[in-house]
Design a protein. Sequence first.
Length: 333
Amino acid sequence: MHKRARIIYNPTSGREALRGDLVDILAVYEQAGYETSAYATTPEPNSAKNEATRAAKEGFDLIVAAGGDGTLSEVINGIAGLKQRPTLAVIPAGTTNDYARALRVPREDPIAAAKLILKANNRFKIDVGKANDNYFMNIAAGGTLTELTYEVPSQMKSLFGYAAYFAKGAELLPQIKPVEMSIKYDGQEFRGKASTIFLALTNSVGGFEQIVPDASLDDGNFSLIIVKDSSLVGMLQLMTKALKGTHVDDPRIIYAKAKDVMVTPLDDQDRLMINLDGEYGGDAPMHFVNLKQHLEVIANLDEIPNDALTADMKKYEDDFVRGVDELADQTAH
């Protein structure tokens, strides 16, 4: 029986560059022994998710998510809840591509990303997070910093990157307040005011790779970060420490490994929105479970152990630190 692959691609991702490469991408998977077809997502809600579910149930062996993190998130939500799950490949074409960064998939060359299928021993099983009835592959977060992501227009994020968050952060500063919450994790509990909570599955959070420097893709644990400091400037200062990986021992931080996490606001008047892989995923209370080695993925295994920062990433981090200092100066006066 022939192996079959289904490419689910977002025709609007990456300035529509995928369209021009699609024939060559199809040829790569055919060369790898897959009878390959493609599906262009539509503006309809859950287009990629529904197609991923349909293809998996029809017995496709490989599903290729081609697009940005949003397309990938939908595909994972389409297959993670099934008993029979096809192998997943990623062709990044969005603006951030956090998960592709974590898997060391080429992010500037879709054909090179596809060609990872041709290399032997490039498959391994990765953890997937479950948040109530939804799934995520990179990060779940709630609180002050994550709420800024809802406030910054996507076009502004694309044009100005991290600077967009500083501009919006200064504007929203008077509204910032911590939430009284209970966070139960693997038999322990934090009760008190917290500004932000992160549950990370990879070491790539918004492109920063030192926030969870010891993250493992397949060990069955979330890297849990609870930020207790309530000021935006204080949190951004913590982020600058995180760039160097020195935030873990800061008294304003709780850093732990956990398989099972329950987050509950203690005041019914407080709303705690949860962000799953960059998109709104519902309100707490929310129960998070790490599904160990739940999906098989195609990755660049030769490069995953390499922690070296790219020159572009170093520039982003320098700009981030400079922006934090400027924002701290503005709010001090």
